[in-house]
Ligand binder design. Structure first.
Ligand code: GLA
Length: 379
C-alpha cells in the first residue's frame, strides 16, 4: 500500500478549474431524476409523487432539492417551432409550480441533437427557443444529453455545442444548473466548467448491478483535480433502492458516491421506498461528506487486491475514509493513517452506525462484508 495523498491534494487544489459560477451548485446537486426507475414511462403524476415524497419523507431536510424529469416528456413543435410536452405532461407550468410550492426545484432534459436518446424531439436549431421555454415554465436545471448530436456534429464541435446552450440559458436571466451528459467524451472534465457546466457525466450509463456501478465508481480515481464548488464530476445517478443490488452493495454505492463528491440524484420510485432505502439516502453523516464545503473529491489512497481505501479531506480538517471490499468474501481492511497524511492519534467515527469507535494510533482495521463498505470520519 502506497501513500500519494498529501501531494496529490495540494496539486489538485492548485489545478482546479474555476470558470463556472461558484454560486450555482456550490455543493454537488442533490435530488431525484425519473430515468433510472421510470425511464420512458414517466408521467407528470410520477413526478408529482416524487415531489410529494421528497417534501414529506425527510429527503428534503437531508438536502434533496431537485426534482428532475429526464427523457420522454417531449411532444412535437408548434408552428412557431415552440416545443410542446406530450400527453403525459399536460401542464408543464402547473407541474413546475407544484414542485416549487413544495420548496423544491425542477429539472428538465434535452439533447443538442435533433432527437434525444429515446428519439423524442431534441433542441437542434431550437436552442434559444427551448432555453426561453424552460425558463418560462420555471425550470431550474437542464440535463443536456449528446445522443443524436453524434449524427449532426463532430466531437470537435462539442465545446461550442454545449457553450451555445449555456449562453442561451444565461440569456433567459434565470439561474439554471447546467448538467452536461456526453458520457465523458473528449475528456469533458478538462473543459466542462469553461462552457458553464455545473456537472458533467464522466462515464456511460450506470445500471442497477454491482458490477456496473462499481466499475463506474472505482474508475473515478484520477479525476479529482477537475471537480470543485460549482463544477462537479458526475459518475451518474443513484440506483439505491431499485432492487438489483443487496444492502451491502447499495452501502458501497452511496459511500463511494459521497466520497466522490458526486451529485446525489436518487433514481428509485420514492413513493414506494423501503425504510432501508430511505435510511441509506438520508443518512446525514454520509450526505454531509458529499456536501462538505471544501468541495474536494476523494481518491483512492491504498489498494491490496480487491480491498480499497478511499479518502476525502473535509473542511474541518478531518478526513472521510471509505474501506471497500470488492472481493467475494468478508475481509478485514486496514486504513493506515499515514496514507491520509496523519501521524497523530485520531478519533474514528463510523458514519453508517453513527457511533464513535474510540481513538487509534497508526491504523484502524474493520471487517467488511463481500461487496460492502465501511465509511469513517477520522479526526
Ligand atoms: C442517456 C443518458 C441517460 C438517460 C437516457 C435517456 O442514455 O445517459 O442518463 O438520460 O439517455 O434516454
Amino acid at each position: 500500500m502506497k501513500s500519494r495523498f498529501a501531494i496529490v491534494f495540494i496539486v489538485a487544489s492548485a489545478c482546479s478549474v474555476m470558470a463556472a459560477d461558484p454560486t450555482s451548485a456550490a455543493t454537488p446537486p442533490m435530488g431525484w431524476n425519473s430515468w433510472n426507475h421510470f425511464a420512458c414511462k414517466v408521467t407528470a403524476d410520477d413526478v408529482r409523487a416524487a415531489a410529494d415524497a421528497i417534501a414529506s419523507n425527510g429527503m428534503k431536510d437531508a438536502g434533496y432539492i431537485y426534482v428532475n424529469i429526464d427523457d420522454c416528456w417531449q411532444g412535437d413543435r408548434d408552428e412557431q417551432g415552440r416545443i410542446r410536452p406530450n400527453a403525459k405532461f399536460p401542464d408543464m407550468k402547473g407541474l413546475v409550480d407544484y414542485i416549487h410550492s413544495k420548496g423544491l426545484k425542477a429539472g428538465i432534459y434535452s439533447s443538442p441533437g435533433p432527437k434525444t436518446c429515446a428519439r423524442y424531439e431534441g433542441s437542434y436549431q431550437h436552442e434559444e427557443q427551448d432555453a426561453q421555454q424552460y425558463a418560462e415554465w420555471g425550470f431550474d436545471y437542464l440535463k443536456y444529453d449528446w445522443c443524436s448530436a453524434e449524427k449532426v456534429y463532430q466531437h470537435s464541435d462539442m465545446i461550442a455545442v454545449y457553450k451555445k446552450m449555456h449562453d442561451a440559458l444565461a440569456r433567459t436571466g434565470r439561474p439554471i444548473v447546467f448538467s452536461l451528459c456526453q458520457y465523458g467524451y473528449e475528456r469533458v472534465w478538462r473543459w466542462g466548467a469553461s462552457v458553464g457546466g455545473n456537472l458533467w457525466r464522466t462515464t456511460e450509463d450506470i445500471n442497477d448491478h454491482y458490477d456496473r456501478m462499481s466499475v463506474i465508481g472505482f474508475d473515478q480515481d484520477g479525476l479529482e483535480s477537475f471537480a470543485g464548488p460549482g463544477h462537479w464530476n458526475d459518475p451518474d445517478m443513484l440506483e439505491v433502492g431499485n432492487g438489483g443490488m443487496n444492502h451491502d452493495e447499495y452501502i458501497t454505492h452511496m459511500s463511494l458516491w459521497v466520497l466522490l463528491a458526486a451529485p446525489l440524484l436518487a433514481g428509485n420510485d420514492l413513493s414506494k421506498m423501503s425504510q432501508e432505502t430511505l435510511d441509506i439516502l438520508t443518512n446525514k453523516d454520509a450526505v454531509a461528506v458529499d456536501q462538505d464545503a471544501k468541495g474536494q473529491q476523494g481518491r483512492r489512497v491504498a489498494q491490496e487486491g480487491p480491498l480499497e481505501v478511499w479518502a476525502k479531506p473535509l473542511a474541518d480538517g478531518s478526513v472521510a475514509v471509505g474501506l471497500f471490499n470488492r472481493g467475494e468474501s468478508v475481509n478485514p481492511i486496514t486504513v493506515n493513517f499515514k496514507d491520509l497524511g496523519i501521524r497523530k492519534q485520531v478519533q474514528v467515527r463510523d458514519l453508517w452506525q453513527h457511533k464513535s469507535l474510540g481513538s487509534f494510533d497508526g491504523s484502524f482495521t474493520v471487517q467488511v462484508p463481500r461487496h460492502g463498505a465501511a465509511l469513517l470520519k477520522v479526526q
